[in-house]
Ligand binder design. Structure first.
Ligand SMILES: Nc1ncnc2c1ncn2[C@@H]1O[C@H](COP(=O)(O)OP(=O)(O)OP(=O)(O)O)[C@@H](O)[C@H]1O
Ligand SMILES: [Mg+2]
Length: 254
């Protein structure tokens, strides 16, 4: 059974179709990249999968269960986690506080303030474990807003992992991060639990081809083609449509 299955998903914004009959399957442990020009609808697709947006038609299945009508929180509880293109951390809280909130929320004792769960020893220990694994321990007691942007993106990944996801959607995890720090994020992504199905949106073709075992190319909201990195790299139409775009970021292809 697929970890994530998207079937014939459609969404418009006003008259503009942004998601058109999209089919996408992530098997358990998948390493999939979603690429396409700016405005192709990549973030919109992630928003539809995670329940930020409702599709106008089509279905989303998580481990075979139809979650199309489920809330974002319910999808998260069922094992779907994501990071955002622009981070969504609580900037006025410490790194550790952000992590403890996630762990507490996951385990369902967060109807009260985070403090009541954050004060539980095992929650703190587990949160510190995620920070250790991302080499963020020294930053645990700093406010998120005091950290350089690259480290904030790492905190975001730590939070996604603290949800213990089965499916992880990474929307440009290294966006805005200086190249001196982006390797940290890419190392973390490369070392993710092999059981987690991962979909990464990324403009840097070097990263895409190193990480992905399968690539989906989205153009104007529709799946243009899907294939292995070798198939995508040798596809002349992909080169023309995607790599030929003006204003396209990244693009260290070759
Ligand atoms: N809330 C919204 N209301 C109206 N139009 C939107 C909304 N969100 C996105 N769009 C439009 O939908 C299209 C797809 O946007 P989306 O952000 O999904 O693209 P993307 O592939 O993630 O692009 P990028 O590579 O720049 O991140 C764009 O034309 C965008 O302007
Ligand atoms: Mg986007």
């Amino acid at each position: 059974m697929a970890a994530l299955q998207v079937e014939k998903l459609n969404r418009t914004f006003g008259a503009l179709p942004v998601t058109r009959d999209v089919d996408l399957t992530l098997e358990r442990g998948a390493r999939c990249a979603l690429i396409g020009p700016n405005g192709a609808g990549k973030t919109t697709l992630v928003n539809l999968i995670t329940g930020v947006l409702k599709p106008h038609s089509g279905r989303v299945l998580l481990n075979g269960e139809d979650i199309t009508a489920s809330s974002q929180a319910d999808r998260a509880r069922r094992g779907l986690a994501r990071t955002f293109q622009i981070n969504q951390l609580f900037r006025g809280l410490t790194v550790l506080e952000n992590l403890c909130m996630t762990v507490g929320e996951r385990d369902g004792h967060c109807n009260n303030l985070w403090r009541s769960s954050g004060s539980k020893r095992e929650v703190i220990d587990e949160a510190i474990g995620y920070l250790d694994s991302l080499r963020l321990t020294d930053d645990a007691l700093k406010l998120v807003r005091e950290l350089p942007y690259g480290r904030q993106r790492l905190v975001e990944i730590a939070i996604a992992l603290a949800q213990k996801p089965r499916v992880l959607l990474l929307d440009e995890p290294a966006a805005g991060v200086p190249s001196s720090e982006s390797h940290l994020i890419l190392d973390v992504v490369a070392a993710l639990d092999p059981d987690i199905a991962v979909l990464i949106i990324e403009h840097d073709m070097d990263v895409v081809f190193r990480f992905a075992k399968e690539i989906t190319v989205l153009v104007q909201g529709a799946v243009f083609t899907q294939g292995t990195p070798a198939e995508i790299m040798s596809n002349e139409q992909v080169r023309a449509v995607y790599l030929g775009q003006e204003g396209h970021r990244g693009g260290h292809h070759g």
